[in-house]
Design a protein around this ligand. Structure first.
Ligand code: SF4
Ligand code: SF4
Length: 341
């Protein structure tokens, strides 16, 4: 395992990090075992979120007494200062620490999100205050909207940017990564396996290792998955013709049904929470159906509000059959609700 500098934060972290979503579906003892295995195999960077249910608590439990040996990142969806500060305090408690290395404003996707976080009494104000108080060391941002991510980078307000990056969603390698590098920002790659859609970890990692200053944050749910991913980092990275053909095959097969979570389709005039509802199938595979039903209830119930106006499909740059996909996800949600898989 190599250790690299996370841009201008100067934080020294492992070349691959640990994404905190899949441990949600593990019981506490198993989650602690998986987290400790990751540490034993050299992973020192752990990224989670207030939103990820008990993920922070599990990370806090796994590394109690080891704070100086790891680098912790977490985030909030909140847009106003008071609620963001509550999340920071809660994260500190759950993670059993008195400082968070990297605190990120989560999923700043649309202009209204940027305006809200940067407004007086917006979330950024709280995070800056927490940094002054020593509760947070560096401030980062995450997004799924490429144009907005570039804009966020250019504001100069953040030390890191986190965006999906994998061989299906490789667009960030151009303008976004270039703009972040120019400002010496840390670059974090969420969804290195496209949220579970890429089931060939070896090829996924081969692609990512071609961009050594981009730190992938795969989620792990077992000791075996940690061992597998770490093993690919111990080898020379050679992307073969066969690997490239396989990547192309995935791209072609998924092209017509892969939601990039960019939110261009929103808002729905009838109140359907399109983007999170589009992600239900992936969420259910990562969290387990029972947890996903509870986690996604509000989003999935909103699908019933669809009036089939088609506006979202006109706005989707990937021309996805959104209505059809929402219906399929809703049917799956209903099955899960009924206890079927
Ligand atoms: S449905 Fe299309 S526009 Fe909406 S989030 Fe997915 S990819 Fe983006
Ligand atoms: S088709 Fe349905 S989900 Fe799409 S914008 Fe219209 S009402 Fe909303």
């Amino acid at each position: 395992m190599r250790y690299v500098k996370l841009g201008k934060t100067g934080l020294k972290i492992s070349e691959v990090g640990f994404g905190g979503i899949p441990i949600i579906r593990l019981d506490i003892d198993t989650a602690v075992t998986v987290l400790r295995r990751a540490y034993e195999r050299g992973i020192t960077f752990y990224d989670t979120a207030n939103l990820y249910r008990d993920s922070e608590e599990k990370i806090g439990r796994a590394f109690d007494g080891m704070r100086k040996k790891i680098v912790l990142a977490t985030k909030t969806f909140q847009r106003d200062a008071a609620k963001a500060m509550k999340h920071i305090e809660n994260s500190l408690r759950m993670l059993k620490t008195d400082y968070i290395d990297l605190y990120q404003l989560h999923q700043v996707a649309q202009e209204k999100d940027l305006l809200a976080i940067t407004a007086p009494k917006g979330a950024l104000e709280a995070v800056v205050k927490a940094r002054e108080q020593g509760k947070v060391r560096f401030i980062g941002v995450t997004s799924h909207n490429l144009a907005m991510a570039v804009k966020l980078v250019k504001t100069g307000l953040f030390a890191t940017v986190q965006f999906p990056f994998n061989f299906i969603e490789d667009e960030p390698k151009d303008e976004l990564h270039r703009a972040a590098r120019k400002r010496d920002m840390g670059i974090l790659a969420m969804k290195p396996f496209a949220g579970g859609v890429i089931d060939n970890a070896e090829v996924a990692i081969k692609f990512l290792r071609q961009h050594p200053d981009v730190i992938p944050l795969p989620g792990f749910d077992s000791v075996a998955s940690v061992d597998e991913v770490v093993s690919y980092y111990g080898r020379e990275n050679k992307v073969t013709k066969k690997d490239r053909e396989l990547m192309d095959k995935y791209r072609i097969e998924l092209g017509k049904e892969f939601c990039h979570r960019c939110e261009y389709c929103q808002p729905c005039p009838h109140g359907v929470m399109i983007t999170p509802a589009m992600a239900y199938k992936v969420v259910a595979s990562r969290m387990s159906p029972a947890v996903a039903v509870e986690f996604s209830r509000v989003m999935m119930e909103s699908v019933k509000l669809c009036e089939e106006c088609g506006e979202c499909e006109e706005r989707c740059p990937y021309e996805l059959p959104i209505q059809e996909m929402l219906k399929a996800n809703y049917d799956l949600y209903e099955r899960h609700r009924a206890g079927l898989t």
